[in-house]
Design a protein around this ligand. Sequence first.
Ligand code: NDP
Length: 434
Amino acid sequence: VKRNPQEVEFHQAVKEILDSLVPVIERHPKYMKAGILERIVEPERLITFRVPWVDDNGNVQVNRGFRVQFNSTIGPYKGGLRFHPSVNASIIKFLGFEQTFKNSLTGQPIGGGKGGSDFEPKGKSDGEIMRFTQSFMTELYKYIGQDTDVPAGDIGVGAREIGFMFGQYKRIHGGHEAGVLTGKGIGYGGSLARTEATGYGCVYFVNEMLESKGLSFDGSTVVVSGSGNVAIYAMQKAIRLGAKVVACSDSNGYIYDKDGINLDTVHRLKEVERKRISEYVKEHPNAVYTEGCNNIWTIPCDIALPCATQNEIDEESAKILVANGVQAVGEGANMPSTLGAIDVFLQANVLFGPAKAANAGGVAVSALEMSQNSMRYSWRFHEVDDKLHEIMKNIYKNSVKAAEEYGHPGNLVVGANIAGFLKVADGMLAHGVV
Ligand code: NDP
């Protein structure tokens, strides 16, 4: 706290992990002796840079760019880029820290990184997006590469932005280094099923939790927050498994459709026309739109999938979800539940899939995209999807096992943190004090 004053999101993420590691440190003092904890919370490198660009009115705009290269013990830094006005060093560090453990959990050889900018993509023209992303990449390219650091998308960074950044990287770096970014278009090195991977993976993970209690998505009522990349494909998979998704949101408000959300409309409005979710009710008059996001969690549901942003479920919302009988919560977004909310879910024995386990499917398939780029070969959709499914099952299994071994049976927060930590910590031990 002294070294990083005001970095509240980063402190929150570190506290959650360190609390979970108490039984590990008690059993294995070697990690303490080698200074693993002190080293693991300090990023290897945090790069910040100026991103100047010219808007459509000819005005010069300046944003700040970030890349945190958090931990490269088990592979090249890997993690998305976020474009959102809320981006600052604390947000990027919390995301990079979490990413280190998440990437370890996937079983793939990838280290932890994250980046982005306080740029607001909403309301910008394609030309402005292109000029901004080109300026961003003109600085970022110095620090990345297919064997050093491989960025991908996150909030505000989808296929369009990745395409522009890949074009600029190619132009200034030369060659066609496909593996330098993931989430690319299918025509130039992208992987089938990457777009779907985080949402599908989250539902696969929740499905494992449900099955352990003899429950399933079939016939359940689901509330999903967000209507971006993760939310849309979480909804799609949940619906395919027989669930009724009754609500979703964007940063302005949420829609409730008691007959079940029409996903084609949401997809077209948000991903193609880039409009607000409020437009949904014009086409589906039986649905209700409510301004503001918090109350989405007052809608009764069996399964809640927060897929928008950090700290969107606070303690109060968690209590309402529990009072309404929620059976499972799967975190599609990063750190969507506050520490207080997580406690409420665990105390109430709600099945709780923490982000670093439940949303690891995206980065896992990004690693598969890197493998395909290295092989100069593409797997078919079902091949990637099958591998994703297997990875999510393994993450679930390993988290359950670690939770049991270290005295917290059923607590997947502790289990995922410990399983993710051990692999990185053992690698750091093997590499000496670096
Ligand atoms: P998108 O930008 O595609 O979608 C984000 C969605 O959340 C949008 O509907 C957006 O609304 C909403 N949202 C964003 N910020 C806020 C806010 N402050 N309050 C309320 N709603 C908000 O991003 P993704 O779907 O890719 O990412 C969603 C979450 O999942 C993030 O936490 C991300 O870190 C995490 N994640 C993403 C992965 C991926 O593969 N994409 C992988 C692992 C985790 P609006 O349209 O109004 O902006």
